[in-house]
Design a binder for this molecule. Sequence first.
Ligand SMILES: [Fe+2]
Ligand SMILES: [Fe+2]
Length: 186
Amino acid sequence: MITRADIVSLFARQGHLAYEGEGITQLQHGWQCGRLACQADAAPALQLAAWLHDLGHLMTGLEGSPTVRGVDDRHEALGSGVLAQLFGADVAAPVALHVAAKRYLVSAQPNYADSLSPDSRRSLALQGGPMSVEERAHFKARRHALDAVRLRLWDDRAKVAEWQPAGDAAALDELALLMDRVAASR
Ligand SMILES: [Fe+2]
Ligand SMILES: [Fe+2]
């Protein structure tokens, strides 16, 4: 079973991987998403979900964006499976639903698709495209749907090339502390 320490070392080893060809790294993207959740006063579990929402990309270790090659790596399912064991549903479910939340928002908010990065638009088609009305109703009924939508909107903004942590070690310390805090509160 993957431990909290394994997650930190995964980011230390693989965090340099490019995020979706957007000019930032996976570590930078996770850190920025966690910062945005913190600034929005999200609960610690949701802050951690924001930090780790793309953990599955690191687990597959795919450089750049698989979607360029027409591959959906199902990273949301991979990451949430690990997070469910370590931290429970309040962390795992928003991660599991962050791709569905994009499909929901594209369908529910007419202007949302314009705000997406080129890669997020490309992956949308691979991930099933905009939700139908029935799918939207089903999604909204999920207990963590609102958290997943909040996470998704931070995810979309956490792609700023110039926004850096004080250093990789400092960012990983923040992550380790947050994981300890969420694990202790279960
Ligand atoms: Fe993602
Ligand atoms: Fe992301």
